[in-house]
Design a protein around this ligand. Structure first.
Ligand code: PLP
Length: 370
């Protein structure tokens, strides 16, 4: 059997073990320590965020962001429908109501028009949504200038799900830093990984302090264990943070490699009837995954199955949340955009560790399907 090519596999840089070994040597085998603080500093520096709280997962970061905005039972939260379920699940952890918003065609992310339509309609129905969660899917920034303007106009805070977009920016401003809070993920398949992990970032230091407080069981300052809030065990481990510190040293290389994958696919498949997402003016995508849009479901499946037969992993685009059995009962403002993307779109292998031979193998299989 030929070598398996994965969609997006971890890519260690060689610097990680130094930090992990140091944690071991100094006995900081705990959910606190120099690597946790160091990783927070690195992320702060890189993103330009005002503060960072390192957490056990991106999902935990979204959950804490909702709690910090006071989202509670029955509250409405607007979220991108075209996303991974982890964007929306934490809304339900709080027993709040997800209001799902479809994508626009330029970036495939939350449509500002549908967002405003949804807000107006919810207001008419007598309830003001308490938060907006846009997602920068596949590392392409959502239309944040438009979304933040709408959010400001209606005075609704924004939580950016930047789980897939570390390093992406609009006019030099990093994704994750536009809203009240942003979140990142360092799961195994993301652009850099700590095996599992996440972070909450904000320009308001109070949010990070509170996130860290809640993530460490909400212990009030007292010699005994004193609690006036419900706490969580959501802090990042000092071992995991060591991997993160090593990965931060190669983040720019990883972005370069992922963008090079995109350029390769785009030029190799230029003559075929497949579409790529372009960066709007001023937008910089990290190209976490290269995605293509084919002409039909049948064509998409033909490519996917041929890749599978050649031991190459690919994956249909996210199935929109408003079509998911667990979320379809919730209100949704849609125009068919994300349904079409789901039907005809495919994620191609995009790891920063793909070799030239790997990439050649992939495009050869794809070209044969036309
Ligand atoms: C990965 C991901 C998350 C969740 O992050 P975890 O660290 O796996 O909990 C949330 N949203 C999106 C869009 C993701 O891709």
């Amino acid at each position: 059997m030929t070598k398996k090519i994965w969609l997006s596999s971890p890519h260690m840089g060689g610097y990680e073990m130094k930090y992990v070994r140091e944690a071991y040597k100094t006995n900081w085998i705990a959910p606190l320590g120099p690597n946790v603080s160091g990783f927070e500093d690195d992320l702060k520096q890189y993103t330009g965020a005002g503060c960072v709280s390192a957490l056990s997962a991106g999902t935990a970061a979204i959950h804490l962001a909702l709690i910090l905005l006071g989202i509670d039972e029955g509250d409405e939260v607007l979220a991108s429908s075209f996303t991974f379920s982890a964007t929306v699940n934490p809304i339900r952890y709080q027993k709040a109501i997800p209001i799902l918003v479809d994508s626009e065609k330029d970036t495939w992310n939350m449509s500002p028009e549908l967002l405003e339509q949804a807000i107006k309609d919810r207001l008419k129905k007598g309830k003001k949504p308490k938060a907006i969660i846009p997602v920068h899917l596949y590392g392409m920034p959502a239309k944040m200038p438009e979304i933040t303007e709408i959010a400001k106009h209606y005075k609704i805070p924004v939580i950016e799900d930047a789980a897939e977009s570390l390093g992406a920016s609009i006019n030099g401003k990093q994704t994750g830093t536009f809203g009240a809070m942003g979140i990142f993920s360092f799961n195994g398949n993301k652009i850099i990984t700590t095996s599992g992990g996440g972070a909450l970032v904000s320009n308001n230091p109070e949010y990070c302090q509170k996130a860290t407080f809640l993530a460490t069981q909400a212990r009030d300052p007292a010699p005994h264990y004193q609690h006036s809030h419900i706490g969580y065990n959501y802090r990042m481990s000092n071992i995991v943070a060591g991997i993160g510190r090593g990965q931060m040293l190669v983040l720019d290389d990883r972005i370069k490699a992922r963008r090079a994958n995109f350029d390769f696919y785009q030029s190799e498949l230029a003559d075929l009837p497949v579409k790529f997402v372009k960066e709007p003016d001023g937008y910089f995508a990290n190209r976490w995954l290269t995605t293509i849009l084919t002409d039909s479901y049948e064509q998409r499946e033909k490519i996917r199955l041929a890749l599978e037969a050649a031991n190459i992993e690919s994956r249909p685009l996210w199935k929109p949340m408003h079509l998911q059995p667990v979320f379809k009962k919730f209100p949704a403002y849609t125009d068919g955009t994300s349904e079409t993307l789901f039907e005809k779109g495919l994620c191609l292998p995009s790891g920063s560790n793909l070799t030239d031979e790997d990439r050649q193998r992939i495009v050869e299989v794809i070209k044969k399907q036309f």
